[in-house]
Design a protein around this ligand. Structure first.
Ligand code: 13P
Length: 255
């Protein structure tokens, strides 16, 4: 069975107390014999306390963003080393919220991904088309362009991992995911783009491609059984412990 990635993005939804409570519920009910890689990405302010609870590291920690410089006079920013210091192994980069509200473009996302990789954090690079791009028939083009611009000139070495999260912007938070076959098609497009950039062996060894957008325990299996979908990035459903644990159980049940 392929290794499945289940990644929770808690966005700006929970303070420290609620994050600690939710994390405790997840780890204390965490299924045994778990072949999935579960990553939780709380807000910056909750990372330290959540990390203190995560003694056995059964769940991996990630941040929701990072700055592209390694240190210096950058008021308000957080570096990769700071994230590693408080237990992060992963970082989300270029989420559609960042692209939309903070005007992050492909160049910024490229710099962030490059720095994360250099510092041995696993970048979870988000890509996704808008509703307008889809309506105008530019969906595949938009994704190829975002993936290419984010990754050009970044060559993963050794066992470095890069995760590409395909999140169609218009379904995020809508409660209505796209269907799994359409997601599989987009994952094939992303896979081909990465193969064109780096070749097939680097694609196989260093990349994972996951889906995000209105994932729930009810539908997650239809996505995870697709050959090119390596996992899911979960927003709203990751805030409900039973729902999120249910998603993990569904992933484990796939032979
Ligand atoms: P939802 O699962 O709430 O649609 O959010 C997806 C997402 O944006 C994860 O990063």
């Amino acid at each position: 069975m392929k290794k499945t990635y289940i990644i929770a993005n808690w966005k700006m939804q929970l303070g420290v107390e609620k994050s600690v409570e939710l994390f405790s519920q997840i780890v204390s009910n965490f299924p045994e014999k778990n072949k999935t890689e579960v990553v939780v990405c709380p807000a910056y302010t909750s990372l330290q306390k959540v990390n203190e609870l995560n003694k056995d590291k059964i769940v991996k920690l990630g941040a929701q963003d990072v700055f592209w410089e390694e240190s210096g006079a950058y008021t308000g920013e957080i570096s990769c080393e700071m994230l590693k210091e408080i237990g992060c192994e992963y970082v989300i980069i270029g989420h559609s919220d960042r692209r939309k509200y903070f005007k992050e473009d492909d160049e910024i996302i490229h710099h962030k991904a490059k720095t994360a990789l250099k510092c041995s954090l696993v970048p979870i690079v988000c890509v996704g088309e808008t509703f307008q791009e889809r309506q105008e028939g530019r969906k595949d083009y938009a994704i190829i362009s975002q993936v290419t611009k984010a990754l050009s000139g970044i060559k993963p070495v050794g066992n470095n991992k890069i995760i590409i999260a395909y999140e169609p912007v218009w379904v995020i938070g809508s409660g209505q995911a796209i269907n799994a076959e359409e997601a599989e098609h987009m994952h094939q497009v992303i896979r081909q783009t990465i193969v064109d950039l780096f070749g097939v062996s680097i694609m196989e060894k260093n990349f994972k491609i996951i889906y995000g957008g209105s994932i729930s325990k009810k539908i997650v299996k239809t996505f995870l059984i697709q050959p090119n979908i390596d996992g899911v990035l979960v927003g709203g459903a990751s805030l409900k412990p039973q729902e999120f644990l249910g998603i993990i159980e569904e992933a484990i049940s796939i032979k």
